[in-house]
Every structure is written in structure tokens, then in C-alpha cells.
Design a protein around this ligand. Structure first.
Ligand code: GDP
Ligand code: IMO
Ligand code: MG
Length: 422
């Protein structure tokens, strides 16, 4: 039995969608284990570009089962529209999409609460993620299993909307929400989702017993982890490999491979410390060349040099068995490329990452300056074909982290990938 995990090693948007789509056909099941429609996973083939927010990035691989686990928070409206979009493209999901009955719902009051409470302070995606996880932990959430049970949903919704209105109107002077209105809209979504709802943990246990291969798809990145990220500038779930066990119900011993996805530079969307951020023309160059605009919100992504101190922290948190290095092509044409190998705090060097947001804000990165390369590498299909300076960067990432780079992505398309023999 075997689970392979794909985890973002930075602040999200590392290219998880591309890698999962590429690997999907080697697996029987692709499963999302946390997050919600805050994710934007881009998949490109031919002239087609698709961005998935809730559906696993295995939907375009024929015959592969796609599963949304209990750890995910599901906006039923967003999911129904994404299912429709994928089906219109000709990909049938009947009998191969499975939604956990224990996953929590994101309902209109979650977005309403987020917009008054935390959206601007954190720079969230405004998808209701934080308030939905708050309800889950407070044991006041409405789960998918209740959404599809009309009577249970009606009763729970009345209570929850009344409670949320007290806060929305009382504390923030906002407009009250109407439970009946929400009920009539969301029972429509429930009807469309019903056929996919099941006990996904049981489904996975049976699949594992039958020797099937499972690919767990992380959303966000581990520096946005609720515990290990730069709190409070984090998301409300556990994107780290540890989140796979609680978000799907598989045991740690079922996990065989953990692939850390890392960009050849760093990006961050929203607020929070970012030691290697570049606010100069190089940052603007990375943003433009890398097309660094949010796949969910369209916001420009902050860009900076690769932070090896942060990457090593991610490697330790997740126990990566390998790294997939993405967007190496974006660095082509730069005279020199920098990688951060230490932080400086109060005149002293520190080789450890700190997730204390205030402390991280105060560090100054110390860089190793590496030779850049001029060549366009988008067409490279073999490691040997890369310019020496690009190979040197890959070797430095490996030597610093101690983790082998087994895949190098040199463009958004499936074919633009180098498998590295190690
Ligand atoms: P995810 O959230 O981790 O799935 O990443 P996003 O889809 O939000 O952002 C990654 C962006 O980079 C998308 O537009 C991808 O199409 C694109 N991309 C992925 N890998 C590469 C690559 O190796 N080179 C280039 N130039 N673009 C890439
Ligand atoms: P993928 O899966 C990049 C960021 C938001 C914000 C913080 C909290 O595409 O890599 P939230 O809405 O989750 O409460 O926002 O997390 N964020 C992401 N940044 N990629 C993502 O997902 C993200 N999902 C959330 O910008 O700073
Ligand atoms: Mg993304």
C-alpha cells in the first residue's frame, strides 16, 4: 500500500497543479486533503489552460479517481460550478469523483464574516476559509453529510444563521443573512453533489488494501501552515505532509514518498514576512517573466530570491524524499542568481528559519551569488542539456538541503519537464 504526497514547500503557487497533473496517470486516486477554493492550481496542455480550485488536479487524467477528503472545506457553489466546467470540457466525473461526507461546508456567512474580520489584516483570498475552519474546530460547522440531508440542513442552518447574524449585525453593523434564501439556493447544490458523497476514508482504506496507488495533493504551501507558518499570516489548515493523515484518514506508515515542490525563486501573496523579497527591477522582472499573478484572486505575487534557509525548514517539517524544482526557465537571462543561505539578526548569522513573524520580519538575508545563464531552457528535456550554471544551481539546492531534485520543470506544459536520475 502506498501514498505519495505532493506538498508546496514555500508560500504556495509552486506549480503543484502542473506536477500533480503530470503524475496523475501513474496513480489510481488523486486526493485533496486540506484547504478549499483558496487554492488555484494551474494545468496547461496544448492551447488549454485550466485552473482548479477544489477538484483534485487528477481530473484530466482518464480513469483516475479524484477524491476530496474530510480535511477540505468545500464551498458547494464553487464546487458545483467547477464540476460543470470540467464536464463541459468533456471529462466525465460520474463514478470517479468522491467527496467526503465529513468535509465541512463553506456557507455565505463564512465569506461575510471573513470580510469584516480578517481579510484585509491577513490579505486572505476571501473564500471563507478561516471562518469555516473556525466553525469546524468550534464544533458548530455544517458538514457535507448534513448539507445533503434536507431536514438536518434546515435545522442546523436556522441556528447557525441566527448566531452569525448576531455577530454580523451586532458587532459589525452588517446586513443580516436570510436562512431561507440560503437554504433554497444550497439545497440545489446539495442535489447536484449528492451522487459523489461517500465515506472517503473507507474508500481509501479499501483502495490501499487492494494495492492501489494514492497521490495526495497539497494546497497552499508549508510556510502558510497554521502551526508552522508565519502566524498570523497563514492559512487555516495544515498543508504539511502531516495534514495528509488527518485530512484523509490514512496512516503515517502508508506514506512512502513525499515530493516537495519548490520554485527556483520565491513568491508570496498577501501579507507577512518575506526575507528575500525583491522590490526592485529584478523582482518586477521575475513577476513579469514568471507570470506571477494569483490564479485565484489575480493579485500580483510578491517575488524574491530562493530562500534555502526556509526550504531546509520545509524539508525538515515534511521529510521530503525528493524535490521537484519548478520555473527554472524564469531565471534564464539573469546575469547572476542569488540564493539565501543564512539570515543575519543583530549582526549575528543564523542558519535557522524562524516562523515568528515579527522576528522573521527583522532578519536580513545573506546570499550566495551564483552565475546566471543566457540560454532559453524551455526546450531542455534532459539534465545534461541544461547550461552549466543552471546545473550548478540544482546541485547547490541538493547540497544545501540534502534532498535529491528528481524533477525539473522548465515551462508550464506537461512536456516541459526533466526527470532527473539520481
Ligand atoms: P500551484 O498553486 O502550486 O498549483 O501553482 P499555480 O498554478 O498557482 O502557479 C504556478 C504558475 O506557474 C502557473 O501559471 C503554471 O502554469 C506555471 N508554471 C508551472 N510550472 C512552470 C514552469 O516550470 N515554468 C513556467 N514558466 N511556468 C510554470
Ligand atoms: P495554492 O494552493 C498562495 C494565502 C493568501 C493569504 C493567506 C491566507 O494555489 O498554492 P486564506 O484565504 O487561505 O485564509 O488566506 O494564504 N494563500 C495562498 N497563497 N497560494 C495559495 O494556494 C494560497 N491559499 C491561500 O494569499 O496570504
Ligand atoms: Mg496557486
Amino acid at each position: 500500500m502506498a501514498v505519495t504526497v505532493v506538498v508546496g514547500s514555500q508560500w504556495g503557487d509552486e506549480g503543484k497543479g502542473k506536477v500533480v497533473d503530470l503524475l496523475a496517470s501513474q496513480f489510481d486516486v488523486v486526493a485533496r486533503y486540506q484547504g478549499g477554493a483558496n487554492a488555484g492550481h494551474t494545468i496547461k496542455w496544448g492551447d488549454t489552460t485550466q485552473v482548479l480550485h477544489l477538484l483534485p488536479s487528477g481530473v484530466f487524467a482518464s480513469g483516475v479517481h479524484c477524491l476530496i477528503g474530510n480535511g477540505v472545506v468545500i464551498d458547494p457553489k464553487a464546487l458545483v460550478s467547477e464540476i460543470q466546467k470540467v464536464q463541459e470540457l468533456g471529462y466525465d466525473l460520474e463514478g470517479r469523483l468522491w467527496i467526503s461526507r465529513n468535509a465541512h461546508c463553506i456557507l455565505p456567512y463564512h465569506q461575510a464574516l471573513e470580510s469584516v474580520r480578517s481579510a484585509d489584516r491577513i490579505g486572505t483570498t476571501k473564500r471563507g476559509i478561516g471562518p469555516a475552519y473556525t466553525d469546524k474546530i468550534a464544533r458548530t460547522g455544517i458538514r457535507i453529510g448534513e448539507l445533503i440531508d434536507r431536514d438536518a440542513f434546515f435545522k442546523r442552518l436556522q441556528v447557525e444563521v441566527a448566531q452569525k447574524n448576531l455577530v454580523l449585525r451586532g458587532a459589525y453593523g452588517e446586513r443580516e443573512l436570510d436562512a431561507e434564501e440560503i437554504f433554497s439556493e444550497y439545497t440545489g447544490y446539495a442535489e447536484q453533489l449528492q451522487e459523489y458523497v461517500t465515506d472517503t476514508t473507507h474508500f481509501l482504506h479499501e483502495a490501499l488494501d487492494q494495492g492501489k496507488q494514492i497521490l495526495a495533493e497539497g494546497a497552499q504551501g508549508c510556510l502558510l501552515d497554521i502551526d508552522f507558518g508565519t502566524y498570523p499570516y497563514v492559512t487555516s489548515s495544515s498543508p504539511t505532509a502531516g495534514g495528509v493523515c488527518t485530512g484523509l484518514g490514512v496512516s503515517p506508515t502508508a506514506i512512502l514518498r513525499i515530493i516537495g515542490i519548490t520554485k527556483a525563486y520565491c513568491t508570496r501573496v498577501g501579507h507577512g514576512p518575506f526575507p528575500t523579497e525583491l522590490t526592485d527591477h529584478t523582482g518586477a522582472h521575475l513577476q513579469k517573466t514568471g507570470g506571477e499573478f494569483g490564479a485565484t484572486t489575480g493579485r500580483p505575487r510578491r517575488c524574491g530570491w530562493l530562500d534555502l534557509v526556509a526550504l531546509r525548514y520545509s524539508c525538515r517539517l515534511n521529510g521530503f524524499s525528493e524535490l521537484a524544482l519548478t520555473k527554472l526557465d524564469v531565471l534564464s537571462g539573469l546575469e547572476t542568481v542569488k540564493v539565501c543561505v543564512e539570515y543575519e539578526q543583530g549582526g549575528a548569522a543564523d542558519s535557522r528559519f524562524t516562523n515568528d513573524a515579527q522576528a522573521l520580519e527583522a532578519v536580513t538575508p545573506r546570499y550566495e551569488v551564483m552565475q546566471g545563464w543566457k540560454e532559453d531552457i524551455c526546450g531542455c528535456r534532459k539534465f545534461e542539456a541544461l547550461p552549466d550554471a543552471a546545473k550548478e544551481l540544482v546541485h547547490r539546492i541538493q547540497s544545501f538541503t540534502g534532498i535529491p531534485v528528481t524533477m525539473i520543470s522548465t515551462g508550464p506544459r506537461r512536456s516541459q519537464t526533466i526527470q532527473v536520475d539520481c
